[in-house]
Design a protein around this ligand. Structure first.
Ligand code: NAD
Length: 477
């Protein structure tokens, strides 16, 4: 997806604003150094506070999501507040056991010795979040930061301004400022933040800004988790149940008006399968959003006019079999669910991540070509396969690389707390959700204890006499 990053050099912040931002970073660093965020009980209490805040601010958050993205209450509860609530409950339930040091045997060379892996907090973390699931993608990483015993500075997306304000209110009203602070703002604020030293930067958004984040992090050798996007493909095999397949694809594509990082970007199938699939896709769209999706309470809007114009320009009306530009309305940022056939790999719609409600169908000879097409592009965030043949599913699992592979469904895997979620290569680095969130926001530190006597290490220290050489020779044979 083309970046929202404003390419011109950002105007610097004035001295007052700069001072405020730097004071927030300093306060979080001080409280981490003071040990405020380390005790398990304190972490659980802060997670409870977040859960309470989420409940108390529900009306404000739902309203903001409606304002920014035209999200229905039910969709917001399902894909934003609900997922976050479950994530808190899951970490809360398991944190004590996940933080228990894990014993390991350090190996023959060190014997006798004992070892433990401890999960230690990283320090002060920066979370930069995007606009498309602005509550979920800000708070889900924050849960990991708190559970890991870190302080966190949250920078919500300015592209969803109402939600950014609602998140700032939630944090200020319900969380301890010694743990979490919010800096609202755009490129100037983020640029200033990126100049500071953090102990982890967790960024979700497009790859162009991901590169800016990674470059800034390198200056301080700060580790990064990069949750990026890309063109997530779907392959529909012959012989699959097309009615059920169409419902799942349509839901995955048109939820949030296609503005989902793991939305099916484009669909590949044999020409005969495409012909049979199109009526099912049409039917499924009507079943979900009615004859006029503009009137559906459950169909969202493009986040702003820039994104509306960008996606509108990708639609070729000569190729549409559903939707198209005629029904689009810039004023309300409404783009109808649109499906295009006869699309060529060189068409504009196949240039970048679509990130809107447009589904191009591309003819391929069969699974071999689909696999080759996936392998030729950037590694996607998710690949989707609908096939009645287990051996074909297995081939996609073995022969393609993607953040995740979903067989027989779309999108729903994102809400799982027992599965790490993240990209690979062009779609990102690192993963989170559930236990993976704790792992992302902590360092696994081996602590190795060896008694001073018996002094077995004398066997490996010089002078290397004949018998030591013999012993070491046998050990490292
Ligand atoms: P966005 O425009 O809100 O940008 C993300 C963040 O980067 C914002 O907080 C913004 O302030 C900041 N930013 C923008 N320009 C910057 C700059 N020049 N320097 C520093 N910071 C800057 O969101 P977006 O990038 O449009 O989000 C959509 C993209 O994110 C899509 O590609 C989508 O696939 C991807 N995405 C990935 C995931 C995931 O979990 N992997 C989730 C959602 C979205």
């Amino acid at each position: 997806m083309p970046t929202d990053a404003h390419q011109a050099a950002p105007a610097p912040l004035d001295a007052v604003r700069r001072g405020e931002v730097l004071a927030d970073v300093a306060a979080l660093r001080d409280s981490f150094e003071a040990g405020t965020t380390r005790p398990l009980e304190a972490r659980l209490a802060q997670l409870d506070a977040l859960a309470r805040g989420l409940r108390a601010e529900r009306p404000r958050l739902l309203k903001a999501l409606e304002q920014d993205l035209g999200k229905s209450r039910t969709e917001s509860l399902l894909t934003e507040l609900g997922v976050v609530g479950q994530e808190i409950a899951h970490l809360r339930r398991n944190l004590r056991s996940w933080l228990r040091p894990r014993s390991f045997g350090p190996g023959m060379l060190l014997a006798p010795a004992s070892g433990q892996i401890r999960r230690e907090p990283l320090g002060t973390t920066l979370i930069i979040s995007p606009w498309n699931y602005p509550v979920n993608l800000a708070l889900a990483p924050l849960i990991g930061a708190i559970a890991g015993g870190n302080t966190a500075l949250l920078k919500p997306s300015e592209v969803a301004p109402a939600t950014s304000a609602a998140l700032a209110h939630l944090v200020r009203a319900h969380l301890d400022p010694a743990w979490v602070r919010v800096v609202e703002g755009a490129v100037p604020e983020t640029t200033l933040l990126l100049e500071q030293r953090f102990d982890l930067i967790f960024y979700t958004g497009n790859g162009a800004v991901g590169r800016i984040v990674a470059r800034a992090a390198a200056e301080h050798l700060t580790p990064t988790v990069l949750e990026l996007g890309g063109k997530s493909p779907v392959f529909v095999d012959e012989g699959t149940d097309l009615a059920a397949t169409a419902r799942r694809i349509v839901w995955g594509k048109f939820t949030n008006a296609g503005q989902t990082c793991v939305a099916p970007d484009h669909l590949m199938a044999a020409p005969a399968t495409i012909d049979r699939l199109v009526p099912h896709l049409r039917q499924a769209t009507t079943a979900l959003y009615g004859r006029d999706p503009r009137r559906s309470r459950d169909y969202g809007r493009m986040v702003n006019e820039r994104h509306f114009d960008r996606v509108l320009a990708l639609i070729d009306d000569d190729k549409t079999v559903l939707g198209g530009t005629a029904g689009a309305d810039r004023e309300t940022r409404y783009l109808p669910p649109t499906i295009m056939t006869g699309v060529d790999w060189n068409d504009p719609v196949m240039g970048e991540e679509i990130f809107g409600p447009v589904l191009p169908l591309l003819a391929v000879a069969g699974p071999d070509e689909a696999i080759a097409r996936i392998r030729a592009g950037e590694k996607p965030l998710t690949a989707y396969v609908f096939s009645p043949r287990p051996e074909i599913e297995e081939r996609f699992a073995e022969e393609t690389s993607s953040g995740s592979l979903a067989l027989g469904h779309t999108l729903a895997h994102l809400g799982s707390q027992t599965m790490p979620f993240g990209g690979v290569g062009g779609s990102g680095t690192g993963a989170y959700h559930g236990r993976a969130s704790l792992e992302a926001f902590t360092h696994a530190k081996p602590v190795v204890r060896k008694p001073l006597r018996p002094d077995t290490l004398r066997l490996v220290t010089p002078p290397y006499t004949t018998w030591k050489r013999g012993l070491l020779g046998r050990l490292f044979r």
